[in-house]
Design a protein around this ligand. Structure first.
Ligand code: ATP
Ligand code: PRP
Length: 211
């Protein structure tokens, strides 16, 4: 039997991916919210889930530690996803990658300081529009940076805009629309083609019903 390992992150991607997996007959036997297990067996004997940090999903799939992964486009853009197949937009965990600044802040002329956990995305964006930017890497609470004088601007994902608003910031420029994608290890796609293609077809069917 060809075993298939699917990498998923806990939290919103897991919650949104669960119904999709269910439709493909993949139901985890343990609930990751209750169990400390990181490898979950499922109701399909040939499929295991591994529960990892969102940012680690492309790494696991790239190295073949997982055959398939579900990851946000933000994470894929930041990781550089040339080494992975990205055959399907799952349309879940939708948000927007945006710049944001304090409400009413004057436009900055010249070099700006940008706080973000998306260093590569921010670098590419600002160099693409010809703005000199000093990128300051943070691992969370980016919204705080402009409030304490650490940065002029942040680059982060925005959904409702509530987090920005609660911190006196406003969204400015759209960098990219984000949703979660199915990614596949290149070797697995060849070696386990039949089972992976079957899964892709099932996901496509479920997504088509949603439109
Ligand atoms: P970690 O908790 O491991 O640091 P994380 O906080 O990025 O990672 P999640 O918050 O679960 O993990 O986000 C996973 C993915 O969901 C992100 O990569 C992004 O694609 C998407 N996402 C993030 N925030 C939102 C949001 N507010 N609304 C919708 N989708 C979001
Ligand atoms: C994400 C992101 C923003 C917020 C945006 O945080 O980092 O802070 O969502 O969503 P909103 O526009 O609807 O307010 P998340 O809720 O994932 O918290 P975390 O990054 O601390 O895990």
């Amino acid at each position: 039997m060809n075993m298939l390992t699917i990498a998923v992150s806990k939290g919103r991607i897991y919650d949104d991916a669960l119904p999709l997996l269910e439709e493909a007959g993949i139901v985890p036997i343990d609930d990751p919210k209750k169990s400390r297990k990181l490898i979950l067996r499922t109701t399909r004997d040939d499929v295991n889930l591994v529960i990892i940090r969102a940012t680690d999903v492309p790494t696991f799939v790239e190295y073949g530690a997982a055959d398939i992964g579900i990851a946000g486009k933000d994470v894929l853009l930041e990781h550089g996803a040339e080494s992975l197949y990205e055959p399907l937009d799952l349309g879940i965990a939708k948000c927007r990658m945006m710049t944001a600044t304090p409400v009413g802040a004057p436009e900055i002329k010249g070099r700006i300081r940008v706080a973000t956990k998306y260093v590569k995305i921010a670098q590419q964006y600002f160099s693409g529009i010809g703005v000199q930017a000093e990128i300051i890497k943070l691992y969370g609470a980016m919204e705080l940076a402009p409030l304490v004088g650490l940065a002029d601007c942040i680059v982060d994902v925005v959904d409702t805009g509530n987090t920005l608003k609660a911190n006196g910031l406003e969204p400015k420029e759209l960098i990219a629309n984000i949703s979660s994608r199915l990614v596949v290890n290149k070797a697995s796609m060849k070696i386990k083609h039949q089972v992976i293609q079957g899964l892709l077809d099932q996901f496509k069917k479920t997504l088509a019903k949603r439109d």
